[in-house]
Design a protein around this ligand. Structure first.
Ligand code: ADP
Length: 624
């Protein structure tokens, strides 16, 4: 409970300091207050002072006389007014007293108490209140909390109820296996007695694992939506971004609220932020807060029975980094993979999102889905939105197929860079480079057909690109296909060599990709004869691009490097040979692309399979 006392302690210190300051100020002001002291005297005394000429200043009011004595300006004297004393003014005048209207009337002791104590205290209280509110905001988000109720450490778990969000399984396209898996939980929440009768325990926690943007949050919401139960949602990072101990308190509070609202779904996004493997001896530094939070989460999960109706769903894209304690039976013991969508899934997701925008009738979503291989649900949603934006930009009422195609290219390669002007020579080099890729791909078996070739520069830095699109889903890739892909990647550079006998910087991206593929073939896929089926690299973060760490001796590493170089070089030679053998076609298509800047896969294939035109002339009229 330390964390709850901490802000109170801060406030207490604030109050004490404020009081001391107030005391000092009042003490400092006391002489000034005393100077203003009022003393009542009798009329006799007043007359005596007058006769003795001791009065320095005098003020005659309607019912009293106020005066001060010579040499004493700390006291104000007061006496009543005598009705029949007609010579008073003369006497005072003769005594040398000065008539004044500036002898200040003293405030009453009550008012002075109010001004010097009560008012400052009120101001201090107000300041403290504002300070506390600010602190609370910083800790708990925008939670409004009453002052002085000790509301610190309350979690800001938001409550999603079906009517507010309304996401159902039907809104989540594809992901059939995940939905099937979660359907059981929906049924349990609908009718727990069916399960209790048999004595079956629902898993307390379900871990949704998969790459970012594949719909994990959506699925969790859909479970709550289908079961019509409250949905508590919190991100793992929200637990740890505050003072030590606050996270644990938030976990406690989240579960308290959840148990009150059971049956319900608690969703913890990015659970890896708190659920990372604990390290030994890290009681100092930043890990402390995370570990306390994780411990609290584990305690809470153990603390309630499986059948209380609270189901915890958590999402992560780094399952391998989770603490084993989290994934042991009784905690997150069910793991639901939420993978990148396949062709059918992509098509469905596109259709779901396309319903939200106006489109022309003839959009072929299957084609768009094929072009967007490897895209996640979030990226597909983005592609649809980009298409709608493009239609608006072009003053059209509905998005058409070309809007979708262009928006995929935007997502892959960035926007067209209109003001990037290539020289003719550069344009020709890019043209040969791209056709080199396309031609090497087309002349080998096991490569994806060419969909489009363009030499319009993109904001991503690409000066042109060749888009290849698989016809179907591809789950297994053969060694031959990988080799063909490496050859295709080296095809751009090879075309420059064949035509210009020199090379440019334009191939850096290809070189990187080819090298990575060649390395994976050797170290991960066991496709090199000299190493055989030995894992030479460990892959972590498989859902976030995959980081590979070498797991072999330095000598082996040297050998791997040598093999990678040899493998890529062999494919490079193959590409060179293909292009040399088809030099006429290379020239013809490159010239055509140079003129048109963008050509479709069909145009490419038409020129490729066409019988050669008249010797020395191509169809496009360019003299060779
Ligand atoms: P995650 O939690 O896996 O990172 P989200 O559930 O937040 O992903 O998805 C982000 C967005 O992507 C969603 O709001 C939705 O628009 C879109 N999306 C992702 N997957 C799907 C899907 N299977 N069906 C429909 N939309 C999806």
């Amino acid at each position: 409970m330390d964390e709850e006392k901490r802000p109170k302690k801060t406030l207490l210190t604030f109050y004490i300091i404020a009081l001391i300051v107030l005391l000092l100020i009042n003490l400092a002001l006391t002489p000034a207050i005393e100077r203003q002291r009022v003393q009542e005297v009798g009329y006799n005394e007043f007359m005596q002072y007058t006769e003795e000429g001791k009065i320095s200043q005098v003020q005659i009011e309607s019912n009293k006389i106020v005066f001060q004595l010579e040499g004493d300006d700390t006291t104000i004297y007061e006496t009543g007014l005598m009705d029949n004393d007609y010579g008073l003014v003369d006497r005072l005048y003769n005594s040398g007293a000065e008539f004044s209207s500036e002898i200040v009337e003293q405030t009453s002791p009550f008012v002075s108490f109010l001004v010097s104590w009560v008012l400052p205290l009120l101001v201090i209280w107000l300041l403290a209140y504002l300070l506390q509110k600010r602190m609370m905001k910083a800790m708990n988000g925008a939670d409004a909390m009453s002052f002085g109720t000790g509301g610190f450490g309350r979690s800001n778990a938001r409550v999603y109820v079906k009517s507010s969000d309304g996401i159902k399984f039907s809104d989540v396209a594809g992901e059939e296996e995940a939905k099937e898996n979660l359907q059981e939980i929906v049924e349990y929440l609908h009718d727990p007695s069916k399960y209790k009768e048999i004595g079956a325990q629902m898993p307390k926690g379900v871990l949704l694992v998969g790459p970012p943007g594949t719909g994990k949050t959506m699925l969790a919401k859909a479970v709550a939506g289908e079961a019509n139960v409250p949905f508590f949602s919190m991100s793992g990072s929200e637990f740890v971004e505050m003072f030590v101990g606050m996270g644990a308190s938030k976990v406690r509070d989240l579960f308290k609220q959840a148990k009150e609202k059971a049956p319900c779904i608690v969703f913890i996004d990015e659970i890896d932020a708190i659920g990372q493997k604990r390290t030994a001896g890290s009681s100092y530094g930043g890990n402390d807060e995370r570990e306390q939070t994780l411990n609290q989460l584990l305690t809470e999960m153990d603390g309630f029975e499986g059948n209380t109706g609270v189901i915890i769903l958590a999402a992560t894209n780094r399952p391998e980094s989770l603490d084993p304690a989290l994934t042991r039976p009784g905690r997150f013991d069910r793991r639901v993979p939420v993978e990148l969508p396949d062709l059918k899934g992509r098509e469905d997701i596109l259709k779901v999102h396309a319903k939200k925008i106006r489109i022309t009738d003839n959009v072929d979503f299957n084609k768009i889905a094929r072009m967007a291989a490897g895209a996640s649900g979030a990226e597909l949603a983005n592609i649809v939105n980009e298409a709608a934006l493009r239609a608006v930009r072009n003053h059209r009422k509905a998005a058409n197929e070309s809007d979708f195609e262009e928006s995929i290219e935007v997502v892959i390669a960035g926007y067209q860079k209109k003001n990037k002007i290539l020289t003719d020579k550069e344009k020709m080099i890019v043209s040969y480079h791209e056709v080199g890729h396309a031609l090497v791909a087309a002349m080998q078996t096991g490569t994806a057909p060419v969909q489009k070739i363009t030499i319009i520069p993109r904001t991503s830095g690409a000066l042109g690109y060749t888009m290849q699109v698989e016809q179907d889903n591809h789950y297994l890739v053969s060694k031959e296909e990988l080799l063909a892909e490496i050859a295709t990647l080296t095809g751009g550079r090879a075309a420059e060599e064949v035509e210009f006998n020199s090379i440019s910087t334009g191939a850096s991206n290809d070189i990187e990709k080819a090298t990575r593929l060649a390395r994976q073939m050797i170290t991960q896929y066991g496709m090199d004869d000299s190493f055989g089926m030995v894992a030479l690299e460990n892959v972590t973060n498989q859902y976030l691009g995959g980081d590979a760490t070498l797991a072999c001796s330095p000598e082996t590493q040297t050998k791997i490097d040598r093999q990678v170089v040899a493998l890529v070089e062999k494919q490079h030679q193959k590409a060179l040979q293909i292009l040399k053998d088809n030099k006429r076609k290379l020239d013809e298509i490159a010239q055509y692309l140079y003129q048109k800047e963008t050509i479709t896969g069909e145009e490419f294939m038409t020129i490729l399979i066409r019988k050669d035109a008249l010797p020395g002339k191509t169809e496009s009229g360019v003299v060779e």
